[in-house]
Each structure stands twice: as C-alpha cells, then as structure tokens.
Design a protein around this ligand. Structure first.
Ligand SMILES: [Zn+2]
Length: 286
C-alpha cells in the first residue's frame, strides 16, 4: 500500500481560512482535515476538496451517521463564518496554583485563596490575564486585542472564543496561533491546564501600548524597554501599565507611557539590533 503524503501547510491554511477555523458543522476549534472526496479515489490534496470536522462529526461521518451531502452543505457555509466567532471551548483550568508566562518571564501565584483575584498583566486598569477562585473553582480570564482594540481572542471564566475573521487561526495540541499574514504571528498561546498559560510569541496590544513577545523576552515598543527572566510570586498584580494603578502588591509598574502614534519601525529596529548584540539579559529594564 502506498503511503499517503501529509497535507502541505499551505493547503491546510487555505482549508482553515475557508472553513472559519473550526468544524464546518458545529464550529468547534479542535478539528481534523477531512477529504470530502474519498482519498482512495482521488489520491490528491486539493484545498477545495478538504474540509474541517471535529472528532465527533468526523466519527459520525466515518460511521455513516453524517451523510456526505450534509458535510458538503456545511462546507459551503461553515458554522464559524456564519457567526463571525468560533464555537466556545471550555478549558479545564482548576486548582489554586497558577502561572502566566510572557516570553520567559513568569508571574505565579501559589495557593490562590477563595474570592481573590490574581492579574499577571494589567493595561489601563484591564486585566489582560486574570485568575480567580470562586467556590473552590478556578476561573481564568484572558483577552487579546488587535491594533484597533478589537478583541481577537477572549477567555471568560475558562470559556474560549476567537474572532473567526482573522487571517489565520491554528490550534494544534496545546498551542493556539493567530497570524496576521504569512509568517506574522499576532499571538501564540500555549494552554497547559490545570494552572499554566503561556504567551510565547506575538504582540500584546491595547490602547496604543505594544509589547513584542519572543522566546526570551518581552519588549515594550513604546518605551523601548526590555524585560527578560522576570519572576513574581504571589504579587496580586504582575505588571501594571498605564492608569489607574492597582492599589495592591504589584511586581512592576510602568506608569507614564507614550502611546504608539509614533513610528514603531525605529523601535523594532532597536529591538533587532539589541537582539543581535545579545544584550537581552543585561538590559532587562527592571
Ligand atoms: Zn463538529
């Protein structure tokens, strides 16, 4: 028997874009690539002949409980594109020990008490990431914006939804990646329940504040400040940017901040040069 070659990345992306980054039947963002025409017959990967189905609907199709015609129909009018947002996904966060990683910096809370709130990253009074425990249940909240302050991904009390009008959203295993264009990652998150979420790559954006996040750093383009290898443990707020300033234990406060009406190309150039010189660890801006 001939080995079936993998579907090329370009074709996978085209399928994701056309299908609204989720199962065409129910919108669920964890999916498999399904050949609508039987592989045995066509033996080719053509984007228009491939669709997205979640495990449940894939199984139903395989078992003959979901007719091919219904899949074709859903494929021509995918669930997530009708709604403009993805179907919600419940994330299984639990317990009392949580950590948020921004690049290689870690903001941690151990033993989060009932009704307490831990906000690793706050911009202009809004917790971009937050954890709280309510009736012994851990609830995680997260929001990411684009440059125009439009929310592109939202987690409300462990329930995740993303905007399905993005250029590309790809969810593989624990990693969710939102791209603005080819090779341009807006956001890469890694979910490691029960207690860890990593912002491993991309941009944190809100109200003209921008952090570029890389493997070993995060970088504030507004002030050209590097941060790397920061750790806070049991501070109620990890980093607070802008006003109002939190009136509780805060690891890092960045008060006055220029919003990006300026040319950020210069800031990016500065970052690139600095990375080339490996100044990162000595220049962490704390
Ligand atoms: Zn489905």
């Amino acid at each position: 028997m001939q080995n079936r070659p993998a579907i090329p990345d370009e074709i996978k992306r085209e399928v994701r874009q056309r299908c609204g980054f989720g199962c065409v039947i129910c919108g669920f963002p964890l999916y498999e690539y399904e050949h609508m025409l039987e592989w045995a017959e066509v033996q080719r990967h053509v984007a228009d002949e491939i669709t997205l189905l979640c495990r449940e609907h894939h199984g139903m199709k395989t078992n003959g409980l979901l007719p091919k015609e219904d899949v074709f129909k859903a494929n021509s009018n995918p669930y997530n594109l009708q709604k403009g947002v993805s179907k919600n996904v419940m994330l299984y966060y639990s317990g009392k020990d949580v950590a948020f990683y921004l690049g290689n910096s870690c903001f941690k809370f151990e033993g989060l008490p009932n009704n307490a709130f831990f906000a690793p990253l706050v911009i202009d009074g809004l917790a971009m990431v937050g954890f709280r425990v309510e009736d012994d249940k851990l609830l995680m909240n997260f929001v990411a914006f684009d440059e125009f302050n439009k929310p592109i991904l939202n987690i409300v009390d462990n329930e995740l939804v993303y905007d399905s009008t993005q250029w590309d959203v790809e969810w593989v295993a624990q990693k969710l990646t939102v791209r603005e264009a080819k090779g341009k990652i807006l956001l890469q998150l890694q979910f490691e329940p029960p207690g860890v979420i990593r912002f491993s790559k991309g941009r944190v954006l809100r109200n003209g504040v921008e952090f570029l996040v890389g493997k070993n750093y995060f970088f504030n383009t507004n002030n050209s400040n590097f941060f790397g290898s920061i750790n806070t443990v049991n501070c109620a707020v990890g980093i607070a940017v802008g006003e109002p300033r939190p009136n509780c234990g805060t690891g890092i406060v960045i008060g006055g901040i220029n919003r990006y009406l300026f040319d950020r190309k210069e800031a990016r150039k500065f970052l690139r040069n600095s990375l080339n010189k490996k100044r990162l660890t000595s220049d962490c801006g704390v």
